[in-house]
Design a protein around this ligand. Structure first.
Ligand SMILES: [Zn+2]
Length: 443
C-alpha cells in the first residue's frame, strides 16, 4: 500500500531539522562545500544501520538532491516507515523499456570502538580516504548515480530511454519489506524496466568487477535420533553416532567443492559452499553435561550457498539419501532463503555473452570510461538483484571501485575520494551508453 501523503508530511518535517539545529548552535553556521564528495559525506552521516535504520532523513536528503536536478520524485511506502524512493529522468522515447539503477538505503551495524574514525562521521583523511559504514556498501553508488546525471544534464545530454533510480530499504535483512515488495508492485510493473544495475563489490586490482548472479542461501538442519544408553556401552545407531556419520559425509562433500576451487577450476562463488554453524546435543547438568549417558537426540545446522548453476533437486536428493537418511533415523529441514530459478524455471543468472545485447553496450561503456572489466563473476552472497532476475529482467551487480580493499561489513570501511569521483565518470558513460541504445526495441 502506498501512503505518499503521510510520508511527505514526515519528510517536510525532517527537512526542517538541519536549519533548527543550526539556529541553536552558538557558532556561525558553516556553509557546506558544494561538491560531490561533500554530498557523499552528508549521505554517509545518516545512521541507517540495523536494527533501527533511520530511513526518513536520508530519503529527504536524496529527494532534495533530485529536486535540484529537476528529476521526477515518487516516494512509495509498501510497509509503514520503510520508504522506497524512486527518481526518474524521462527519456525522449518513453515507450522503450527503461533502465533502473538500484541501491539500498540501509547498512549493517558498526562497532564504533573498533573503528579509527566514528562510523557515521564520514571523516575524510589527508590521504583521501572517506571512512564510514556504507562507504562501499552501497552509499557510494547511491550518490554516484545522481552525480552522473548532474554532469550529463550540465552537458545537455538527453536520454532516449527513461532512467529510474531506486533507493530501497532493508536489503541487509533480506529485502522482503524492500526490493521484494517493490518489484512485485504495480508501480514497478508500470516502469517497464528492461535492464537493471544493482550493487557489486570492490576490486583489489585495476579491473572493475561485474556480477551476473548471486548465490542463494539454504539453511539446513539435520536431526538424529537413537536409543539412549549408558556412556560405557558400545551400541549401534545412537543419535550422536548417526549425526557424526552425517557430519563426516558432509565434510567430504565440502572438501570436494573446496578441491575444485584449490585446483583453479572454479571460483569460490561458483561451487556449493557448506559450513557447519551449530551443533546441539548432550544432556545438560548443573556443571555442564551428563557424561555417562548417550543422548537420544542430536542436531546440527549448516549454511549452504548454491550458485544458480547448481541443480537444487540433485542437492535435495543428496541430503535425503546421504546427509540425513531415514535409514539412520535422520530427519532434516531445508529453509530456502531465495530462489534459484526465474518465473520461467530458468537458472537465475544474467547472460554475459552476445545473447544479451545489454552486455556489449555495458562493456563498451566501461571501455569508453577508460576502464577494464574483469571476468564476470557470481556474487558469493545475496543481494536485491535476485528479485528482479526472478522476473526475467537482466541485472548486473556493479560498484565501480578499483584498487580498493574489500571492506563491506568490516571495521573501518572506507572509499578513496579519487575512486568515488572516477565512479561518477564511469556511470556517465554507462547511463549515456545504455540510454541511447535503441536496437532490440523489445528488450
Ligand atoms: Zn549492499
Amino acid at each position: 500500500m502506498v501512503n505518499a501523503n503521510r510520508l511527505s508530511l514526515l519528510l517536510s518535517f525532517t527537512l526542517l531539522l538541519p536549519s533548527l539545529r543550526l539556529s541553536l548552535s552558538t557558532s556561525p553556521p558553516q556553509q557546506e562545500p558544494d561538491t560531490p564528495i561533500n554530498r557523499f559525506q552528508q549521505y554517509l552521516r545518516f545512521n541507517t544501520a540495523h536494527p533501527n535504520p533511520n530511513y526518513l532523513a536520508p530519503v529527504s536528503f536524496l529527494t532534495s538532491l533530485a529536486q535540484s536536478l529537476g528529476l521526477i520524485i515518487q516516494t512509495l511506502e509498501f510497509i509503514p516507515n520503510k520508504p522506497v524512493l524512486l527518481i526518474t529522468w524521462q527519456g525522449s522515447n518513453p515507450s522503450l523499456p527503461s533502465l533502473l539503477f538500484n541501491s539500498h538505503l540501509d547498512s549493517v551495524p558498526a562497532e564504533p570502538s573498533k573503528w579509527t574514525h566514528p562510523p557515521f562521521s564520514a571523516t575524510l583523511t589527508a590521504d583521501g580516504k572517506i571512512f564510514a559504514r556504507g562507504a562501499q556498501d552501497d552509499k557510494c553508488i547511491a550518490i554516484q548515480y545522481l552525480e552522473a546525471i548532474r554532469n550529463l544534464k550540465e552537458r545537455n545530454f538527453v536520454p532516449t530511454r527513461t532512467i529510474h533510480i531506486s533507493y530501497v530499504p532493508d536489503e541487509e535483512i533480506g529485502g522482503f519489506d524492500g526490493a521484494d515488495k517493490f518489484v512485485k508492485s504495480k508501480e514497478f510493473k508500470d516502469l517497464n524496466v528492461g535492464f537493471v544495475l544493482d550493487e557489486g563489490q570492490a576490486s583489489v586490482n585495476n579491473e572493475f568487477r561485474v556480477f551476473y548472479a548471486d548465490r542463494s542461501p539454504w539453511n539446513l538442519i539435520i536431526k538424529a535420533k537413537g536409543a539412549p544408553g549408558h556412556g560405557s556401552r558400545m551400541f549401534d545407531n545412537g543419535a550422536m553416532e548417526n549425526l557424526m556419520k552425517s557430519v563426516e559425509v558432509i565434510n567430504r562433500f565440502r572438501d570436494s567443492q573446496s578441491d575444485v576451487v584449490k585446483a583453479g577450476k572454479a571460483a569460490n562463488s561458483e561451487v556449493i559452499s557448506v559450513n557447519p554453524v551449530f551443533l546441539k546435543a548432550g544432556i545438560p547438568s548443573p556443571t555442564g553435561f551428563v557424561m555417562n549417558m548417550q543422548p537420544s537426540e542430536a542436531e546440527a545446522g549448516f549454511d549452504l550457498r548454491l550458485p544458480p548453476t547448481a541443480d537444487p533437486n540433485l542437492m535435495k536428493k543428496r541430503i535425503a539419501e546421504e546427509w540425513a537418511p531415514a535409514i539412520r533415523n535422520m530427519t532434516y529441514e531445508i529453509i530456502e532463503k531465495g530462489p534459484l530459478r526465474d518465473y520461467m524455471g530458468r537458472p537465475l543468472m544474467t547472460a554475459t555473452d552476445d545473447s544479451n545485447p545489454w552486455w556489449s553496450v555495458f562493456k563498451q561503456a566501461i571501455a569508453a570510461a577508460g576502464g577494464k572489466l574483469a571476468k564476470p563473476e557470481i556474487l558469493p552472497s545475496t543481494t536485491d538483484a535476485r528479485f528482479m532476475r526472478e522476473l526475467g529482467i537482466p541485472v548486473f551487480g556493479f560498484s565501480p571501485m578499483t584498487d580498493t580493499p574489500i571492506l563491506l561489513h568490516d571495521h573501518n570501511e572506507f572509499l578513496k575520494d579519487a575512486v568515488f569521483l572516477k565512479g561518477i565518470e564511469v556511470y556517465e558513460h554507462i547511463i549515456s551508453g545504455l540510454s541511447l541504445f535503441e536496437e532490440a526495441n523489445s528488450i
